[in-house]
Design a protein around this ligand. Structure first.
Ligand code: ATP
Ligand code: MG
Length: 545
């Protein structure tokens, strides 16, 4: 295991040190109960039963029975509490990891999201954290318990009969070989099946997303065939799993019984001078049988450890990349924004030297409204990205009210800029919540904003008006309706600067004119930037770039 992985793991268990010590002590106690119980039965078999005694060495058989029952009850209660504590610990670890990952996703910059497929992030937050759960809820506590009980059992077996123990220890390598070979085979199948499942999942997500396109081109049959290929691959990948799954316990049982037969044969024939009482033979066999479970579990746990360690690595490979995090703490807090925007010899490329903006300079004075017009892919949206500081420019500077935007506090900067994205996003929440977007805007202001956005008719047509819950990504609304919600959102937030990226591209001309009037009214004193392909969509601007 790599040292970075171990360090990451150490960092993770640090807050749970006390809990881990506590559950290990509890496990020790449970082990001790397990070791003492057969010992009590041996006493009864060898001392009380042959002579039909009620009391032996001042201890009555009732006392032994009571101790036995107490051990069973207390041992099980402690075991139960132990399980609750460990599963709570596992859940807490997963809870924290998931929230840390989500915090990172929220705080990381747009470049990070450009580079990282969303599917990968979903897997990190959902299933990779599950792997870590098994590590905390099972392995961390059962591993010390299993190791201790194996050592305890071996010591007890040697104490009872060193010769019998030596004979049976010969069986353990056989057990190890069988279990390791089979679990390795199973692991390979698991990996293949996991890969096949990821491919299938990706295919499914994409086809559901693109179902309309598939229908338009009548490609259902082709897609069905593609799906069958992937599901067949998935099925084939785990074909032999059931076979191996049943084989392992059967083989272990056989090995275990070979061991028991050896014990019985040697004891009955008194070979190697082994001469034990019935109770002692029972005790030895019980201890011998008990050793199989923990050995088996440890081998299985090795796989869980490998899985969860690789998941921990994958999770921390994201969390440890501070360079993608946006700094929203430092920087100047803007008090009153006048709205002067200056681009001074700005050079920008998303990647390396692939310049999208080359030496771009312009000034927008406070209160001015300007239009950025250009053909597809010319860099209009890029300019709005840069004003929002989604990306760092390579050369030149962008100033807001004479301050370099890099020196402005990020939250303060974005709070003052209201951008309507080219493709407005609607959350699966009520329309009202979509407009308020977690800020404490009053209901009256929301209604006012709806009026300004000329969205009243649209919202009144919904069964529940403003309380209507939008479907995923607002899919049940038309493109124009989504833009109306986006307008209402911006009007309600009332920022100092407006940026509208093709914001009325999907709205009919009459409604567009009405919205335009609202924008003019609200933004009379404010800087506004309109992005458009066509000059015809822009009226009443002071300047066209
Ligand atoms: P449209 O009128 O189609 O909206 P636009 O003028 O808004 O076009 P931009 O979105 O600014 O164009 O894109 C400008 C160029 O930058 C395009 O060539 C595009 O391929 C590229 N580009 C945009 N976003 C990214 C990104 N995240 N990573 C890399 N390249 C990008
Ligand atoms: Mg664009």
């Amino acid at each position: 295991m790599k040292s970075t992985t171990i360090n990451r793991f150490k960092k993770m268990i640090k807050p749970y040190k006390k809990t881990i010590i506590l559950v290990t002590l509890m496990a020790l106690f449970i082990d001790l109960c397990e070791l003492i119980k057969p010992f009590l039965l041996e006493r009864v078999m060898d001392k009380y039963l042959p002579e039909k005694l009620y009391i032996y060495e001042n201890i009555s058989i009732t006392t032994i029975a009571i101790i036995y029952i107490i051990l069973v009850i207390v041992g099980n209660i402690v075991d139960y509490i132990n399980r609750i504590i460990t599963s709570n610990m596992g859940e807490k670890v997963v809870y924290n990891l998931r929230n840390d990952l989500y915090r990172y996703i929220g705080k990381s910059n747009v470049s990070f999201h450009d580079k990282t497929p969303s599917g990968k992030l979903f897997v990190r937050v959902t299933s990779d954290t599950e792997d870590v759960y098994s590590l905390f809820s099972e392995v961390i506590t059962t591993l010390p318990k299993d190791i201790i009980i194996i050592i305890g059992l071996i010591i007890m077996m040697i104490y009872i009969s060193i010769k019998l123990s030596a004979l049976n220890i010969l069986i353990i390598p056989l057990l190890l070989i069988v279990t390791i070979v089979i679990t390795n085979m199973m692991k390979k199948i698991y990996e293949k099946s996991k890969e096949a499942r990821t491919v299938l999942n990706t295919f499914l997500a994409e086809s559901i997303y693109g179902i309309k396109l598939i229908k338009i081109f009548n490609r259902q049959k082709e897609k069905q065939e593609e799906c069958e290929t992937y599901t067949k691959n998935h099925r084939d990948s785990s074909k032999n799993l059931g076979l191996l799954y049943g084989l392992l316990p059967a083989l272990i049982e056989i090995i275990e019984n070979i061991g028991i037969s050896i014990i019985v044969i040697f004891c009955v024939n008194k070979w190697l001078g082994i001469n034990l009482d019935v109770g002692v033979i029972y005790l030895f066999i019980t201890y011998f049988k008990k050793i199989f479970n923990p050995i088996d579990r440890i081998i299985e746990n090795v796989e869980t450890v490998q899985d969860s360690m690789s998941s921990i690595d994958k999770i921390y490979e994201i969390l440890e990349h501070d360079e993608y995090l946006e700094d929203d703490k430092s920087g100047i807090d803007l008090k009153e924004v006048k709205g002067k925007i200056e681009f001074k010899h700005v050079w920008f490329a998303y990647e390396k030297e692939n310049w999208i903006l080359k030496d771009v300079s312009f000034t927008i004075n406070p209160g001015e409204s300007i239009a950025l017009v250009g053909k597809t892919g010319s860099g209009k949206t890029t300019i709005t990205n840069l004003i929002n500081r989604f990306y760092k420019i390579q050369k030149g500077e962008i100033l807001l009210d004479g301050i370099n935007i890099n020196d402005i506090n990020l939250k303060s900067l974005r709070k003052n800029i209201g951008t309507i994205l080219q493709d407005p996003f609607i959350f699966a929440k009520s329309i009202k919540d979509n407009i308020k977007l977690y800020s404490d805007i009053s209901d009256e202001r929301v209604e006012e904003a709806v009026k300004l956005a000329s969205a009243t008719d649209f919202i009144n047509s919904l069964n529940n008006g403003l309380d209507e819950i939008a479907s995923e990504r607002g899919n049940s609304y038309s493109a124009g309706q989504k833009q109306l919600i986006a307008f209402a959102r911006i009007f309600a937030q009332n920022p100092s600067i407006f940026i509208l990226d093709e914001a009325t591209a999907n709205i009919d001309t009459t409604t567009e004119e009405l919205i335009q009037k609202s924008v003019d009214k609200i933004s009379a004193e404010k800087t506004s930037i309109f992005l458009a392909h066509r000059l015809s969509t822009i009226v009443n601007v002071d300047k066209i770039i």
